[in-house]
Design a protein around this ligand. Sequence first.
Ligand SMILES: [Fe+2]
Ligand SMILES: [Fe+2]
Length: 333
Amino acid sequence: MVGVYGNDFTAPDETAPRPATGDEPETFRALLEGEGRVEPRDDLPDAYRRTLVRQIAQHAHSEIIGMQPEGNWISRAPSLRRKAILMAKVQDEAGHGLYLYAAAETLGVDRADLLDQLHSGRQKYSSIFNYPTLTWADVGAIGWLVDGAAIVNQVPLCRCSYGPYARAMIRVCKEESFHQRQGFEILHTLSHGTPAQKAMAQDAVDRYWWPSLMMFGPPDDDSPNSAQSMAWGIKRFSNDDLRQRFVDMTVPQAEALGLTLPDPEIRWNDERGHYDFGEVDFTELFEVIKGNGPCNAERMAHRVRAHEDGAWVREAANAYADKQAARAGADVA
Ligand SMILES: [Fe+2]
Ligand SMILES: [Fe+2]
């Protein structure tokens, strides 16, 4: 299981649905081989369906939990312009969650159940959102690095074999590239401001760099479900390939910002045609996935509270839908 907002929920101790091989409908095989899109009306193998539900749900959860670290700064953004941009960005993430829950529902699940699974800890979200946003510069670092990593993960998903997911990704990716640029611009402004502002920008990058690399998930050797996801056309590139792509894209951008990345091993490797970089501490990633990150408990408590506070909205919407349906029924009769 792989290839979402971050791939990092792919902890080895997780119980991903294991595909039964050899029971794939002929029509499904033919679609994959012809690089066609699989649609909800098609005959899907159950393991493919379950893998997608799990991936899309975790992706949706990441979008809405991801609103929290930045939402924390809306009231403290340094100018009206920054506040307006940040509000729009956080609202975009809510929208991404909605597209994705809708995409998951095409696979026959109910979003209320998916939210229950999030709230009870049975489904995960990207670990990156369990880190705190300590300063305004963190909003810049999240936009630049976290949304940047999300783009690298999500662009290949625009070609994912499952139609509703692939189509949702096209719009999401357009918005993510705006997010990435606004983060870059925040850091560029700080980096060219006072020495204290530059130091704040550097500190944010120092804290977010390694967790951003973890967003691509465990190393390929430790990512047991990748091969099946690749065979199904859900995943197109391995975790390590995507991580390398992100490093290659980001190093020159850090130079343009006038900031350094906290890894003395980063250097261009002429032979490989890529930047070399240091080893990621995956024990930290697995600790955060297990719930031991700095903000796991706070994020979940906030999410559950927001869900409970919103109960009246769901009740009102359902009452309205029932009334409309009753009226339509009366008209027909
Ligand atoms: Fe997003
Ligand atoms: Fe984003």
